[in-house]
Write a protein that binds this ligand. Sequence first.
Ligand code: NAP
Ligand code: ZN
Ligand code: ZN
Length: 350
Amino acid sequence: MIQTKGYATDSPEAKFHPWAFERRDVGPHDILIDIEYAGICHSDIHAAKNEWEAMMPTTYPLVPGHEIVGRVSQVGDAVTKFKVGDVAGIGCFVDSCRECPPCKEGYQQFCQKMAAYTYSGTYMDRVTPTYGGYSDKYVIDENYALKVTSDGDLAGVAPLMCAGITTYSPLRRFGAGPGKNVGIVGLGGLGHMGVKLAAAMGANVTVFSTSPSKEADAKALGAHNFVVTKDPANLESLAGTFDLILDTVSADHDVNMYINLLGVRGTLVVIGVPPNPNVVHSFGLIFGNKSIAGSLIGGIPETQEMLDFCAKHDIKSDVEVIKPDYIETAYDRTVRSDVRYRFVIDMKNA
Ligand code: NAP
Ligand code: ZN
Ligand code: ZN
């Protein structure tokens, strides 16, 4: 077994602390990744605080982290995709059954036997718990690791593994591109990646934010318009004008105001996972044949496609690199929407 140093929390109220655990030895198809950076996704916070208890209760001790990048330090005998020294990434799952229709089609996140999520889950033996990227090493089957070809600093690459693919996938699925009006609700980790990616795809991008102070950043990230949502009057003239809106908000909020902004046959994609259900007014949807869709991360092929797109367009996340002793503060600041625009833990020097 491989001794691993991680940072864990033991209950919704507990604080993070250093925690030693073991990962499996490197098998024939496995690679060992020495983790350099792990992004802090708001899902880590929901999980640490057990805010999704009703649907996905958290298993403690919890080592979160599913935005992982590092260097390959060991490869199994049968590995072909990676060699020692390569940069590799890990996203939200680390294995799946490989046999069901979603797995075969490359949608491993929807494995009918349930994918092995990177943390707070189990491997496919359904016994061994998974621990995430707030740690110094990960052993993973090469088919579930991503190849990273971006140059330079890797801190900004880590968040692509969740925030990047989670926004890239629905932008592609719903045809974001030239001539399309795309709205991004919430300028946090996911939102700022959504802006960069939608702008790179050629769409006209509008940010809807509760934080007036983020306007200059939004424009620098590639947004063409910025709307402060605290005053509903700001939305009136935009009714019926959007083809696609991605809602990345992490807290309870009213989605009907965004449905109202969609044009005929427009789509609101729910990405954020607030703790409580939303109420949708039927009239708002039926007048205009509008749709509400959901989107969950992306499978391995599309995640690789997104990484290659980002390398080609020189897209990385805007990050604030922190040490593990800052995790609590980073969580508090993220919950207060005071993140510009992703906290990333330096695990290389932890
Ligand atoms: P984040 O960095 O905290 O960003 C969320 C943003 O939402 C905030 O920056 C803020 O933007 C806005 N916001 C926060 N509270 C709000 C409120 N009360 N009303 C309106 N807007 C509010 O979080 P994230 O990491 O981007 O994650 C966002 C959500 O997506 C989380 O729920 C997370 O669990 C979920 N998620 C889903 C998937 C998926 O596959 N579907 C994947 C990853 C994460 P402004 O300051 O601009 O208003
Ligand atoms: Zn995430
Ligand atoms: Zn499967």
